[in-house]
Design a protein around this ligand. Structure first.
Ligand SMILES: *Cc1c(COP(=O)(O)O)cnc(C)c1O
Length: 427
């Protein structure tokens, strides 16, 4: 303990900040134990799927060119399908990010004249152009797919009457975003998502339900595909990549839906048969193997942050005690100086680019200046410890990730230290 305090001290963390953190931690042991149990369950789930599919060294071999008969790639897709309990899976480095995976899933399963319904309010920023809510070339709207939205009720629950009224003969696909992303609504539990899916299917049994699963994977022991989703979709540089996947996305679901996604991603007739793995298989398998414990560490970091900042008077979403369904933590710091100090701390604690100083800047596509802190092995990876937010009231920083709990803890302590150093917090 003495030695650790000394080491932290040389890194800039004062005994006062460290001890304040330890007091918070002492209150969190029961919650952390539950997170460890979930991680243990999910770890066993992943290992069991790898054993069932006889993962071996042959699966890690690189392929190039067309990638016909790519044993490692095909087997990884079976492993994903078994973990998500779906008939099929498409898991590819050719899917460049989460937005791309969602775009493939939507455009493969919606045809001109069909209607897309979001019963959970406005989707994630990048999907607004995909759908055509904000006009864009090649949007679904341009291809004749209509969009309808039912907002959540004021208390954050589903507007069942509104949803019943919105589903019509043209409604082909229902999209449900699990994580709040960067909005202020709550993140939904898998159970809540299951209830919403059951409701939609009770009105229209053949409607396809897709869940944007970004940031939600492995936070619970079940996934939306366990409660009736026809497709679950996400990014490999978030949770399921475990920090090792350098690129990629996944779509797990019914064979019918996933086949169409494969035709959309490559070409009709080619589907899943093509797509070389380019030597990325070890990272994708090993990252998936690590993902349950990585997610657990990130979730502990989020809870630790809320339990450090909330008692100091900063509003936290989710708050210090409520249950969690994703790994994102918002902390309202109340001022630009607060956001800068917080982000400086996250940056200073990083293994990569710790010498950089994050500053607010005019980012393309945003109205307000944005500040970002990230020192990641995989560029832009948000399963690695990172923080960002637009410089506008309530001056909220969105904080997520951490490949290990120890790193997440260090980053949060360092953020608090920078707040103390700037005179914004008194312990
Ligand atoms: C991150 C995210 C996306 C988009 O993923 P990218 O990899 O950034 O394209 C979509 N939906 C949600 C809820 C997200 O958190």
């Amino acid at each position: 303990m003495e030695q650790l305090l000394e080491l932290y001290n040389t890194m800039g963390i004062s005994p006062a900040v460290y001890n304040y953190g330890e007091e918070a931690l002492a209150r969190l042991q029961d919650r952390f134990a539950v997170i460890d149990q979930i991680a243990e369950h999910n770890q066993a789930k992943v290992i069991s799927a790898m054993q069932k599919n006889r993962v071996s060294a042959a699966c890690f071999a690189a392929t190039t060119g067309y990638g016909y008969d790519d044993v490692g790639r095909d087997n990884l897709e079976r492993v994903y399908a078994d973990v998500f309990h779906t008939e099929a899976a498409l898991v590819r480095p050719q899917i460049t990010c989460g937005t791309h995976a969602l775009t493939v899933a939507l455009s493969a399963n919606l045809l001109p004249g069909d209607e897309l319904l979001s019963p959970v309010g406005l989707p994630y920023d990048t999907l607004q152009e995909v759908i055509g809510i904000r006009p864009s070339p090649c949007s679904l709207a341009e291809y004749g797919v209509a969009y309808r939205q039912v907002d959540l009720l004021a208390d954050g629950t589903f507007d069942y009457d509104g949803i019943r009224a919105a589903i019509n003969e043209k409604t082909k696909l229902v999209t449900i975003q699990r994580s709040k992303g960067y909005a202020t609504r709550p993140t939904f539990s898998v159970k809540q998502i299951g209830e919403l899916i059951a409701f939609c299917k009770s009105i229209k049994p053949d409607v396809i339900v897709m869940v944007d699963n970004c940031y939600g994977e492995f936070v619970e022991t079940i996934e939306p595909s366990d409660v009736g989703a026809d497709m679950v979709v996400g990014s490999l540089i978030k949770n399921p990549g475990g920090g090792l996947a350098p690129i990629g996305g996944y779509i797990c679901g019914t064979k019918q839906c996933v086949d169409r996604c494969a035709y959309r991603l490559s070409a009709p007739g080619l589907g899943q048969e093509v797509g070389a793995n380019l030597g990325l298989m070890t990272s994708l398998y090993q990252g998936f193997f690590l993902a349950p414990t990585v997610v657990a560490g990130a979730e502990k970091g989020a809870i630790f942050a809320a339990n450090l900042y909330e008692p100091l008077g900063f509003r936290c979403v989710p708050n210090a005690t409520e249950s969690r369904h994703d790994i994102i933590q918002a902390v309202e710091l109340g001022s630009e100086e607060g956001m800068i100090a917080f982000c400086k701390g996250i940056q200073a604690a990083a293994p990569v680019d710790s010498f950089a100083t994050p500053l607010p800047w005019d980012m393309p596509g945003y109205n307000d200046k944005v500040i970002m802190a990230a020192g990641a092995f995989v560029q832009g990876s948000s399963i690695e410890l990172s923080a960002d937010g637009p410089i506008r009231p309530p001056y909220a920083v969105y904080f997520q990730g951490g490949l290990t709990w120890c790193h997440a803890k260090l980053g949060i302590l360092m953020s608090l230290q920078k707040m103390v150093d700037a005179g914004l917090v008194k312990l």
